[in-house]
Structures are given as C-alpha cells and as structure tokens.
Write a protein that binds this ligand. Structure first.
Ligand SMILES: Nc1ncnc2c1ncn2[C@@H]1O[C@H](COP(=O)(O)OP(=O)(O)O)[C@@H](O)[C@H]1O
Ligand SMILES: [Mg+2]
Length: 236
C-alpha cells in the first residue's frame, strides 16, 4: 500500500463506526470470479454514490493490474502486500480520513492473509460456480467465517451461471437460499464481463444497458442492503 497524501497517523484510533464499510470478496478456490465481481461491484458502488477504494490482497495482483489500465479515478485502487494485511484496521483509519466510504477487498482466498481480511470485513461475498466442486470447495471459507463469528455477514453468489432455464443452477440456488446464504441475483456467464475487465472497466461502464450490468447493479443493491441491515444490528 502506498498511502499517498495520507499525512500522519491519527492520534487516537477512531471508533469502528467511522471506518468505511468493508466488503471482502473471498473464497478458497481460484477462478470463481472474485476479481471480476470485485472490480465491477466497486465500479457499480461508486456509480451509486459510494467513495470506493478497492484493495488487492491477492499476490497475483489481478485487480491492481486492472486498476493500472483504468483511465478514470472513480475508484481508488491499491495493493496490499501479504505482510501489510495485518495492518488493515490502521489502513481503514487512513482511508476513512481520506473520505472512503466503501472498501472492496479482492483476496486470494487460500492465502494466509485470508483470516485477517475476513476479520475486518462487514460482509463477505463468496463467488462460486454452480457446480458441486465449487460449492464443496467453499466449505472451508464458510467454516472460517463461522469461527470468526461472522454468521449473517456472508453469502455465496452463483457466478458464471448458464443462461436460464438451468435446472441444476436453480437447484443449487434453492439449497443455498434455504440455508439463508444466497446472494441475489446470480450472475450469468457473459463475455461482457471478460471484455470489461480486459479494458480496465467495470461492466456497468463497458456495457451500461446490458443484462450483465443490470445484474451487477442489482447484486450491489442486495449487498448494500445486507450491509446496512447488519450495521444497524450492531447499534446499541
Ligand atoms: N460472470 C462471468 N461471465 C463470464 N466470464 C466470467 C464471469 N466471471 C468470471 N469470468 C471469467 O472467469 C475467469 C476467472 O475469473 P476471476 O475473476 O479471475 O476469478 P478469481 O479472481 O476468483 O480467480 C476469468 O477468465 C474471467 O474473465
Ligand atoms: Mg482473482
């Protein structure tokens, strides 16, 4: 992280409520769409009025690479090295002072830095493809979230879904919905997502009127409402 213009350390840590909201995109499996969704959700949240910083916690640096190709600064993008992840609370203080209202964390999922990232998240979005292998692979992250006491603060989103009707996808959705851990809507496999990321854009910038953009806006609205509900649960 390069906290440009961040000034000095605060004299006293502000209370947690002054932190930006933190959305982590995390699951213990590669290729499920964490970076794709983190990037487009960050852009969609900025379009909805948030001041967004996206932090790349994955040593592969895909999100940071996407950020480097962006020509606008509507989303601030930075990269945390593995040894900096433990400093996330202090980094959130700095970002709060700089006016960030939402931090989106893109993670490697299986790295040793996962637990601290999840510990500091208000909500964890876990992208999985509608396949048994992906859903089974998500279990360790689910267990980690339970251990961290984050029940009610995470959800799986089905990503790269085949176009409907897909009885298999509907069956997985029904199972996860019944468990209360399904984020909606599911995201269909569409090349707009790939083309957007390849050109340094969120899908709502790349193809604003496309079904892909509509799904991402709706998913951000769902997450936003969940995060607000869980924050109000925290109020005394
Ligand atoms: N909804 C989607 N539609 C089409 N392609 C997608 C979608 N989500 C992800 N992809 C593609 O799947 C691959 C893995 O996505 P990525 O975001 O890099 O996953 P992760 O960060 O979990 O490793 C990439 O090639 C990406 O373009
Ligand atoms: Mg990734």
């Amino acid at each position: 992280m390069d906290p440009q213009g961040s000034g000095h350390e605060p004299e006293a840590a502000p209370p947690r409520s002054t932190h930006p909201r933190v959305l982590a995109v995390a699951v213990q499996k590669g290729g499920t769409g964490k970076t794709t969704l983190a990037a487009s959700l960050a852009v969609a949240a900025a379009e909805a009025g948030e001041r967004v910083t996206a932090l790349d916690l994955d040593p592969q640096g895909s999100l940071a690479g996407w950020g480097a190709t962006r020509e606008t600064d509507t989303v601030a993008i930075d990269r945390l090295q593995p040894w900096e992840i433990g400093q996330l609370p202090e980094i959130l203080d700095i970002l709060a002072q700089q006016g960030t209202t939402l931090v989106v964390l893109d993670t490697a999922g299986s790295s040793s830095g996962l637990a601290p990232a999840l510990k500091d998240a208000d909500f964890v979005l876990m992208p999985v493809r509608p396949s048994r292998l992906d859903i089974v692979a998500a279990r360790p992250t689910l267990q980690a979230l339970m251990t961290l006491g984050l029940r009610g603060r995470f959800a799986l989103v089905l990503n790269q879904c085949p176009p409907p009707p897909s009885p298999r996808t509907s069956a997985y959705a029904a199972q996860l919905r019944a468990l209360g851990v399904l984020a909606e809507p599911g995201i269909i496999h569409r090349v707009d997502h790939q083309d957007a990321l390849a050109t340094g854009l969120g899908v709502t910038e790349y193809a604003p009127t496309s079904p892909a953009a509509e799904e991402i806006r709706a998913l951000w609205a769902w997450i936003d409402a969940k995060m607000r509900a869980s924050r109000s649960d925290d109020q005394p």
